[in-house]
Design a protein around this ligand. Structure first.
Ligand SMILES: Nc1nc2c(c(=O)[nH]1)N[C@H]1C(S)=C(S)[C@@H](COP(=O)(O)O)O[C@H]1N2
Ligand SMILES: [Mo]
Length: 356
């Protein structure tokens, strides 16, 4: 943990795993190279001609489809907003040392693949199954433990019809960094659940206790507290920073007059009910207009006209979902720096003659 300047380790992580530039909030579907990336270890070598997905464990008839077999199955394409559970981590004080995201660890892609459920039904899940474990082909060391990247889901979550085995994204084959040739996509859950380079699916009769499940992704204030597992995406909204940017500080400059503030909002818990916007650092709030909902699992656009007056302004937006979950102004600290969905703050200098 650290409170001052970024460490070399954090810089190394930040240079490998990039966020989505916030101006890309203008796109319904994030262009592929602008989608955020998070890769714990290395991108593994993968040859799709020899790739097999092993489906086994507590099932009647284990399967091992090739990529060709998977592509011959019924195919669907759905827009899904993925967000890293560590998004917002670098805003916490002290800062847990890990990937130092501000607010940009998000993206919405159109994932193409075959639904998981029919494949599990074909394998025949036996009575007594409680979880389904997904293993990637990447292996590394974290928390002092060597392991394959593996995450599990409760059986009923794995059987949701929108859970996909994806082999395409935005109309292209999966690129190496997003899990080529095959990944899991679990809409509504934070990104760690959507295992890339997917090689094995194992039906379990006991909850999985591996590092990425029980040594990580728990929300707790200290290591003695058992904590609460990170699961669904908390509501968040982001504002597409208006005006022009300053290179080093990312501060914004904008001309006075009429502007339209725009952004996106999403929640993995329930559909977005409303987005409110503040232009004075969170003292006053006005409700934004919501755009068309393209899918339950993709972000929704919002907009609000703003008459900008000369001076300094702090813009904020706050999303609330239909279950009443909302974004706090400040989120209680936790050891891993997870799920910090506190409202974003964008400082803008409004000045005549700017932006010509
Ligand atoms: N095999 C494997 N799957 C993985 C990861 C990983 O390191 N290895 N990172 C996870 C995390 S923490 C996130 S946030 C998402 C990021 O997906 P993206 O890089 O395609 O945006 O992938 C998840 N799936
Ligand atoms: Mo993540």
């Amino acid at each position: 943990m650290t409170t001052d300047g970024i460490t070399m380790e954090e810089l190394q992580l930040a240079a490998r795993n990039h966020g989505m530039p916030l101006e890309a909030l203008r796109y319904d579907v994030t262009p592929l190279g602008l989608h955020y990336l998070l890769i714990h270890f290395d991108i593994p070598e993968a040859d799709e001609r020899t790739w097999r997905l092993e489906v086994g464990g507590h099932v009647r008839a284990p399967l091992a489809p090739s990529m060709e077999d998977l592509r011959r199955r019924p195919t669907v394409t759905t827009p899904v907003t993925l967000e890293c559970a560590g998004n917002g981590r670098a805003r916490l004080d002290p800062r847990p040392v890990s990937q130092p995201w501000l607010e940009e660890a998000v993206g919405t892609a159109e994932w193409t693949g075959t639904p998981l459920r029919p494949l599990l039904e074909e394998a025949g899940v036996l009575d007594g199954a409680v979880e389904v474990l997904f293993a990637g082909a990447d292996r590394g060391v974290q928390g002092g433990l060597e392991h394959d990247y593996e995450r599990s889901l409760p059986l009923q979550e794995a059987l949701r019809e929108e859970v996909l085995l994806a082999f395409g994204v935005n109309g292209q084959p999966l690129p190496p960094q997003h899990g080529h040739p095959l990944r899991l996509v679990v809409p509504g859950w934070y990104g760690m659940t959507s295992v890339k380079w997917l090689r094995r699916i194992t039906v379990l009769t006991e909850p999985f206790g591996g590092y990425q499940q029980t040594g990580s992704y728990l929300i707790h204030a200290d290591e003695d507290d058992p904590g609460v597992p990170v699961t669904r995406i908390e509501p968040r909204s982001l504002l597409q920073p208006p005006g022009i940017a300053e290179f080093e500080s990312r501060g914004r400059f904008l001309a006075p007059g009429g502007h339209v503030l725009r952004g996106r909002a999403w929640s993995g818990r329930a559909p977005i009910a409303r987005v409110e916007v503040s232009t004075d650092g969170g003292r006053g709030w006005r409700e934004a207009d919501l755009g068309e909902r393209r899918s339950r699992w993709a972000w929704v656009a919002w907009s609000l006209p703003w008459e900008a007056t000369p001076g300094e302004h702090e813009l904020c937006s706050r999303a609330t979902d239909e279950d009443g979950n909302t974004q706090p102004l400040e989120r209680p600290w936790n050891t891993g720096g997870y799920a910090n969905n506190a409202v974003q703050r964008v400082r803008v200098t409004v000045r005549a003659g700017v932006g010509g």
